[in-house]
Design a protein around this ligand. Structure first.
Ligand SMILES: Cc1ncc(C[n+]2csc(CCO)c2C)c(N)n1
Length: 213
C-alpha cells in the first residue's frame, strides 16, 4: 500500500520536521525550563502569527469544496479567535510583557517569512495549497506537544502552551485537516509539496529565532 499523501509530504520535509519536533524549545518546555526571556520572545512573535493564520483559515473556508469542510474550518476559526487569544494575554501579563513591547518589537525573519507564506497560500485561492500550510502549522505542533511527557510543568504559561496543542479537539482538527489534504492534495501535488516544505523549514527557523537575542 502506498503511504498517505501527508506522510509522504512529511517524509520529504526532513530533516527539518524532526529538527522541529525535537527542538531545544520542545525539550525545555516539556521540562518547564524555558527561560522567561525566551518564552516572551517566542510568544511576542507567535502572537503576530495569529492574524495571518486566521486570514489563511478564512481562505480555506472560502475555497473548500464541501459544505461539511467549510463548517468544520469555520468552527475552528471561531476557536482560535476565542481561546488562544486569551492565553496570549494571560501569558503576556505573567511574563511582564507590556503592550508597547508587543507592538514595537520588530518581526523576526521567520515571522515575516511565515506571514508571507500564509498570504501567498491564501492568494492562490486553491484549497489544497491553503491546507498544506495549515496542516504543517497544526500537525507539527501536535507532534511536538504529544512528545511532552506528564506531568505538565507547574508554570501555566508553559503547561497551557503544551495542552493547547495536545488535546482531543486539537487531535480531531489535525486528523480532519490531514484527511482533507490526503483527499485533495494529489491533484496539485507539486505546488502543495512546495508549500508544505517551505512551511516546515519556517517552523524550524521560528523555534531557532526564540534563542536569538
Ligand atoms: C510558529 C507556529 N507554528 C504553528 C503554530 C500552531 N498554531 C498556529 S495557529 C494555531 C491554531 C490554534 O491553536 C496553531 C495550533 C504556532 N502557534 N506557531
Amino acid at each position: 500500500m502506498s503511504p498517505r499523501f501527508t506522510d509522504a509530504l512529511r517524509e520529504a520535509s526532513e530533516p527539518d520536521w524532526t529538527a522541529s519536533v525535537e527542538h531545544r524549545f520542545v525539550r525545555e518546555i516539556a521540562a518547564g525550563s524555558v527561560a522567561p526571556a525566551v518564552m516572551a520572545t517566542y510568544l511576542v512573535q507567535d502572537h503576530r502569527f495569529v492574524d495571518s493564520f486566521l486570514a489563511l483559515l478564512g481562505a480555506a473556508v472560502a475555497s473548500a469544496d464541501t459544505f461539511e469542510a467549510r463548517l468544520r474550518l469555520a468552527r475552528f476559526a471561531g476557536t482560535i479567535a476565542g481561546e488562544e487569544n486569551t492565553y496570549f494575554l494571560r501569558a503576556f501579563e505573567a511574563l511582564g510583557v507590556d503592550v508597547e513591547r508587543r507592538i514595537d518589537e520588530p518581526d523576526k525573519a521567520p515571522t515575516t517569512g511565515f506571514q508571507s507564506l500564509m498570504r501567498e497560500a491564501a492568494a492562490t485561492r486553491s484549497y489544497p495549497s491553503a491546507l498544506a500550510v495549515l496542516v504543517v502549522a497544526e500537525w507539527l505542533y501536535l507532534e511536538w506537544a504529544r512528545r511532552c511527557p506528564e506531568p505538565l510543568p507547574p508554570d501555566f504559561v508553559q503547561a497551557e502552551w503544551i495542552t493547547l496543542h495536545d488535546n482531543p479537539d486539537f487531535r480531531d482538527v489535525v486528523a480532519f485537516l490531514r484527511a482533507e489534504l490526503d483527499r485533495t492534495g494529489p491533484a496539485e501535488a507539486e505546488r502543495v509539496s512546495d508549500f508544505f516544505r517551505r512551511a516546515v523549514r519556517l517552523e524550524r527557523a521560528f523555534f531557532d529565532a526564540a534563542y536569538e537575542a
